[in-house]
Write a protein that binds this ligand. Structure first.
Ligand SMILES: [Zn+2]
Length: 183
């Protein structure tokens, strides 16, 4: 059952985000540097603990590599200033100033908060559903965030296609002076 559901969302994702011929890769995929194995998570919780602290949708996406339906998530068209944190462990992952309207129905960013080759986000090769993709995970808790594609805008040319369920927006405080950095 789960396999069928995932196949469906995989096909949906391909359809929504464009076929390979519609958006040719701008650069060769960094396959040589791409690990197949998930990196060790620094936040370890049991499955039972994750189920308790996450909503069912967050659990399905973050811990079971689910994908929310396009155009249904909380943040796909959000333009609010702020930072996006991991819904699993609170690590700041993305800033709103790198968010762009990709038209594909999921929140899209051209870079992680710590830059194109940042460390907050881990990348893993994902060959499931008959596609070669690069999965992105929170490097702290190992939560599944989405995938990164190389059809994004300047300056990186990357598109981090992220599930709303995996992230939490912390809106920027209005005109607060000497505000401490978001944590
Ligand atoms: Zn996390």
């Amino acid at each position: 059952m789960r396999h069928i559901a995932l196949t469906f969302v995989g096909a949906f994702l391909l359809a929504a985000c464009g076929s390979p011929e519609a958006s040719p890769p701008a650069a060769p995929a960094p396959e040589a540097a791409m690990p197949d194995a998930k990196p060790a998570a620094k936040v370890e919780r049991t499955d039972e603990e994750w189920r308790k602290i996450l909503t069912p949708e967050q659990y399905r996406v973050l811990r079971q590599k689910g994908t929310e339906r396009a155009f249904t998530g909380e943040y796909w068209e959000t333009k609010t200033d702020g930072t996006y944190k991991c819904a699993g462990c609170g690590t700041t992952l993305f800033a709103s100033d790198t968010k762009f309207d990709s038209g594909c129905g999921w929140p899209s960013f051209y870079a992680p908060v710590d830059g194109q080759k940042g460390t907050t986000i881990a990348e893993v090769r994902d060959s499931t559903h008959g596609m070669e993709r690069v999965e992105v995970l929170c490097s702290k808790c190992g939560g599944h965030l989405g995938h990164v594609f190389d059809d994004g805008p300047a300056p990186t040319g990357l598109r981090y296609c992220i599930n709303s369920a995996s992230i939490k927006l912390e809106p920027k405080a209005p005109a607060a002076k000497d505000a401490p950095p978001a944590k």
